[in-house]
Design a binder for this molecule. Structure first.
Ligand SMILES: C[S@@+](CC[C@H](N)C(=O)[O-])C[C@H]1O[C@@H](n2cnc3c(N)ncnc32)[C@H](O)[C@@H]1O
Length: 319
């Protein structure tokens, strides 16, 4: 990507060239950036002549994107909504079908860097973590849920082997109002030495964030919505940052392309009824050492790409 975009960007987009190459954009095509963030991918799509519909559930991202809308001469529409609703939002705007859908899953650097959004265990702020800035906050959840539910969330979404111990410490110490307090409670429960490579609070913060924002449910619903929105031949490009998400994308693409192993539990009832709606394109792509040196966040990124076939979508949605 150009140095000018990268130097000024509040969020450095990962696998920028790889994502844009995967989309194979032709001027005038309609494309969806399902996770606008700081608009890195959207800018690249606009530069290639796409008509872009960009979604973000965070009102701050939408507000910051207005300048790009103004300079786009009508080529960019920003939609303040979750990507699970992308097909119905596009239909309302007479923008179906589209030639590409891109998702860059997770939080942006702006969200992480602002202590008052409550995503980071590295700076102290209110225990919030809501991307959309509405609904139940992390503090609401941790201060009211029972210990078993907290342990379940931390185990499932953080893959934390000592989730029960963490949940016990949280319940013992509540009410908890600040990220700094939560980080201290988790570190004490798990035992933390300052030179440890990974902060033990990492998994717990990830788990609570995923739960509060219903991130895995959004991904599952977003993939199905993208399937309904894409035209035959259209491209789906998904960037994930941890194994729970990547496994979900991999499974969706294997299932929809008819390449689940024959012993698979769901194969007889579901796959037998449907023609493949996607073809996987190439192998999963990881960031180069160069990119990782410039942007350490890229280390855990995986890009998967697929092409929509002409077969009907497997799910109907709410249109
Ligand atoms: C990793 S950032 C995207 C960065 C972007 N690709 C760029 O180049 O600047 C993810 C963004 O997606 C948004 N987001 C996450 N889940 C979402 C969802 N289910 N629906 C809509 N937006 C979502 C977040 O609010 C965040 O702004």
């Amino acid at each position: 990507m150009s140095d000018a975009i990268q130097a000024d960007a509040p969020h450095i987009p990962v696998l920028f060239d790889e994502v844009l190459d995967a989309l194979a954009i032709e001027a005038g095509e309609r494309h969806v950036d399902a996770t606008f963030g700081a608009g890195g991918y959207t800018s690249g799509m606009l530069a290639r002549g796409a008509r872009v519909f960009a979604f973000d559930r965070d009102p701050d991202a939408i507000a910051a994107g207005r300048a790009l809308v103004d300079s786009s001469a009508g080529a960019l529409t920003l939609i303040p909504a979750t990507f699970s609703a992308l097909d119905s939002e596009l239909a309302m705007r007479d923008a179906m079908p589209v030639q590409g859908v891109t998702m860059d899953i997770g939080v942006s650097s702006m969200q992480l860097d602002q202590a008052e959004r409550g995503f980071s265990f590295q700076s102290d702020g209110p225990l919030d973590m809501r991307m959309s800035q509405e609904g139940m906050s992390a503090a609401d959840f941790l201060n009211t849920a029972d210990e078993a539910e907290i342990a379940h969330v931390i185990k499932e979404y953080g893959e934390e082997p000592r989730a029960r111990r963490v949940a016990q410490a949280i319940v013992y110490n509540r009410p908890i109002a600040r990220t700094g307090e939560l980080a201290r409670i988790v570190r004490k429960a798990l035992g933390y030495k300052p030179h440890d490579k990974k902060d033990p609070a990492t998994r717990t913060f990830q788990a609570i964030r995923i739960h509060i924002n219903r991130e895995l449910g959004e991904l599952e619903d977003g993939l199905a919505a993208a399937e309904r929105a894409l035209a035959p031949g259209g491209r789906l490009a998904i960037v994930t940052f941890h194994s729970l998400e990547d496994r979900m994308v991999k499974r969706f693409l294997r299932e929809r392309s008819g390449s689940l192993p024959s012993g698979s539990r769901h194969l007889p009832e579901v796959a037998a009824k449907h023609a493949p709606s996607f073809e996987e394109v190439g192998r999963p792509v990881k960031a180069s050492e160069d990119e990782i040196a410039r942007n350490p966040r890229a280390r855990s990124a995986t890009l998967r790409t697929a092409r929509r076939t002409g077969a009907a979508a497997w799910s109907e949605g709410s249109l």
